[in-house]
Design a protein around this ligand. Structure first.
Ligand SMILES: N[C@@H](CCC(=O)N[C@@H](CS)C(=O)NCC(=O)O)C(=O)O
Length: 201
C-alpha cells in the first residue's frame, strides 16, 4: 500500500495508524501547492480532488477521506484495537469521534490555513474551535484516550488536527486534559516513528 501525504497534514492520522498496526505502508510525498509528486508526476491523476490523504490499496481508485482511510488501515489489523469490531457499539463510538474530528475540528481549521480567508472569518472559526476544544477537554476527563484506555484511530486523527493549533496561533493552555492527551499520544513509539518519518520529531 502507498500513502500519499504531506508532512503534518491530516495524512499524519493514517500514517500513525499504519505504524501503530505495523503495516508495510510506503510513503509518497505530495507538493500540495503545485499538485505534483516528487518525480514530477501529476497528483490530480492520483486524486482528482488534489488533496491528501490518499491510499493506494492495489485495486480501483485510491481510497480517500481521512476518517475512512484510518478505518481501512485499522481493519487490516483487528487485533491492534485501533478500530473495534464492525457492528459493535464501541465501533460506533469511535466512528462518532472520527466524524466529529473531521467535521467539527478538521474542516473548521481549514480556513485558518488559507491566505485569502478574511480576518473576521478567521476569528469566527477560532471562537467555534475554542468551544469544540472545551467539549473535547471535558470528554477526556478521567480517560487516557477518547474512548477510554485503548488508543484508537480517532485518537490518531484528533492528535493530528490538534497539533495544528500552534501553527495558527490557537492557545490550548485553557484545556489541561487536551494537553495531557497530546503528551500521551506523542509519547507512543509508533507516533514517534510517524513524526520522525515526516521530519516532525
Ligand atoms: N475531505 C478530505 C479533506 C482532506 C484535506 O483537507 N486535506 C488537506 C490537508 S489536511 C489538503 O490536502 N489540502 C490541499 C487541498 O485541498 O488542495 C478528508 O477528509 O480527508
Amino acid at each position: 500500500m502507498k500513502l500519499y501525504y504531506k508532512p503534518g497534514a491530516c495524512s499524519l492520522a493514517p500514517h500513525i495508524v499504519a505504524r501503530e498496526a505495523d503495516l508495510p505502508v510506503e510513503l509518497v510525498s505530495v507538493d500540495l501547492v503545485q499538485k505534483k509528486l516528487e518525480d514530477g508526476g501529476d497528483y490530480f491523476a492520483v486524486n482528482p480532488n488534489g488533496y491528501v490523504p490518499a491510499l493506494d490499496i492495489g485495486e480501483g481508485p485510491v481510497l480517500t477521506e481521512a476518517s475512512v482511510v484510518v478505518q481501512y488501515l485499522a481493519d487490516r489489523k483487528p487485533e491492534s484495537g485501533l478500530m473495534p469490531a464492525a457492528g459493535s457499539t464501541a465501533r460506533y463510538r469511535v466512528q462518532q469521534w472520527l466524524a466529529f474530528v473531521s467535521t467539527e475540528l478538521h474542516k473548521q481549521f481549514s480556513p485558518l490555513f488559507k491566505p485569502n480567508t478574511p480576518d473576521a472569518t478567521k476569528e469566527i472559526q477560532k471562537e467555534l474551535l475554542a468551544k469544540r476544544f472545551g467539549f473535547v477537554d471535558q470528554a477526556l476527563e478521567g480517560k487516557t484516550y477518547l474512548t477510554g484506555e485503548t488508543f484508537t484511530a480517532a485518537d490518531a486523527y484528533l492528535f493530528t488536527v490538534l497539533n495544528w493549533a500552534s501553527f495558527v496561533k490557537l492557545d490550548l493552555t485553557a484545556f489541561p486534559e487536551i494537553a495531557r492527551f497530546m503528551a500521551a499520544v506523542r509519547a507512543r513509539p509508533a507516533v514517534q516513528t510517524a513524526l520522525r518519518e515526516e521530519g516532525l520529531a
